[in-house]
Design a protein around this ligand. Structure first.
Ligand code: PGA
Length: 266
């Protein structure tokens, strides 16, 4: 399944492979996932996001498989032009149904702003690719009690400039930066606290548009998700799935996460 309007909501698990795998290792991971997921009845969406260079081959390997779709990890905010080293939506379009935007690592590396994230999301929707829109607070913002402020300030930029109908074609990902495995020093975030932020996002959507669209919005959690904790998050109200980094690099681990999310959902 893939780019559909989320009429009846289904869970979604996204694997973000970051820059962790060689091309060969990415293809091996796809092969292993295909094998492990054979015969598994998947409800909702499973998305894998390899690096750009691996997208054509990964897409080709998965083209006959309904259960896994392909996403990119980033896109440029312009359709084309003199942007050395960048990748455009038009170039991604033959290979992906999804694309991550606003990931904290991309924001940190390139200084990507909320306005650029908005621009990218709009461009993706325009081209029929579903954005996975990430936002979350830093450890400093958390310590300063600014988590709500961070989410609200992003949504103030994002919501008024998105079509109402676009909100049924994207996924919002709440990912506290301090919870990401590669630099996590603190304990895992409390699932109830994550749920409160997911509910806040819906409340802001309801305020800008209406309750119906707020309920249909898909909101997922990202940050050190593994097979032990995935259900703890997804069983909380308002959390529809997970963005998984490190845990998506190991086929057995990722498949267990997918199964746990689905079992919790049913
Ligand atoms: P992690 O990464 O699961 O390794 O914490 C998640 C992400 O940054 O997308």
């Amino acid at each position: 399944m893939s780019y559909t309007e989320h009429m009846a909501k289904k869970p979604i698990v996204v694997g973000n492979w970051k820059m962790e795998l060689s091309h060969k290792a990415a293809l091996e991971l796809v092969r292993a996932l295909k094998k492990l997921l054979r015969g598994v009845d998947i409800i909702g969406d499973v998305v894998v996001c390899p690096s750009h260079v691996s997208l054509p081959e990964v897409a080709d390997m998965l083209k006959r498989l309904e259960s896994i779709s392909v996403g990119a990890q980033n896109v440029h905010w312009e359709e084309k032009g003199a942007w050395t080293g960048e990748v455009s939506v038009v170039q991604l379009k033959p290979f992906v149904e999804w694309c991550i935007v606003g990931h904290s690592e991309q924001r940190a590396i390139t200084g990507e702003t909320d306005e650029q994230v908005l621009q990218k999301a709009n461009l993706l929707v325009h081209h029929g690719i579903a954005p996975i829109v990430c936002v979350g607070e830093s450890a400093q913002e958390r310590d300063d009690d600014k988590t709500v402020e961070r989410i609200e300030s992003f949504m103030q930029v994002f919501l008024p400039n998105m079509d109402r109908s676009s909100l049924t074609k994207l996924v919002m990902c709440y990912e506290p930066i301090w919870a990401i495995s590669s630099h996590r020093e603190d304990p895992m975030p409390d699932p109830q606290g994550i749920s409160e932020i997911a509910m806040l996002m819906r409340k802001l959507v309801a305020r800008e548009y209406d309750q119906d669209i707020a309920e249909r919005l898909l909101v997922i959690y990202g940050g050190s998700v593994n097979r032990q904790n995935a259900s703890d998050y997804v069983q909380e109200p308002g959390i529809d799935g997970a963005l998984v980094g490190g845990g998506s690099l190991h086929p057995r681990e990722f498949v267990e996460i997918i199964k746990n999310v689905q079992e919790t959902w049913e």
